[in-house]
Design a protein around this ligand. Sequence first.
Ligand code: GTB
Length: 215
Amino acid sequence: MNPTITAFERSPDRGRGLARDMPVRWALEEAGQPYDVRLLTFPEIKQPAHRALNPFGQIPTYEDGGLTLFESGAIVLHIAERHPGLLPADADARARAVAWMFAAKSTIEPPIVERSMAILFEADKPWHAERLPMLEGRVHGRLGELSDHLAGRDWLDGAFSAGDLLMVTVLRRLNGSGLLDAHPNVLAYVARGEARPAFKRAFDAQLAVFEAAAS
Ligand code: GTB
């Protein structure tokens, strides 16, 4: 039996691959692991049946045999631990790759999400125009540090790993914002991630879902 993941029937990102089923799909594609997808509406993810899988009523979830997981980072780690190619064999290198997974989700993602939330939900507030440059300054701060680290490197630590997969996924939220343009190392890094055949397969799969719902 294939593992089953959940995703939005009609993603609010309109097929741009920004919802959090994307890193899970990408990891499964890198692993060469076929998977099934259960598509859900927004009301359905708030029903008890889905909350039994994810208490927060969110996608993605992952079910494989008796195991149910939520949190995209934990799901990617689980896939990476069970398939070759996403974590190094050497124990120290593996620990560093996991550190980069945490860095993506807990150091880089928060300022990016805070900026997105401000644009989505606070644009009508009188203080929005004053607050936005501060939020963008925080994003630039992290991107600058990441850019320094990426100088002369293709990936965060040696070969492509689950750390890169999560980092590229998080950074893609800035596509189209113009913020990455000031950080050419980061821009090139995201493009390297997006050029991977497994990324393209995952992207096409989620886009096909959105197109089917829109037609
Ligand atoms: N920490 C969790 C994880 O990483 O799995 C967060 C999961 C999450 O935020 N899921 C969202 C969800 O289910 C869908 S992806 N939300 C419903 C809810 O919380 O009630 C979120 C998303 C959608 C669109 C964009 N975008 O357009 O950029 C980005 C992210």
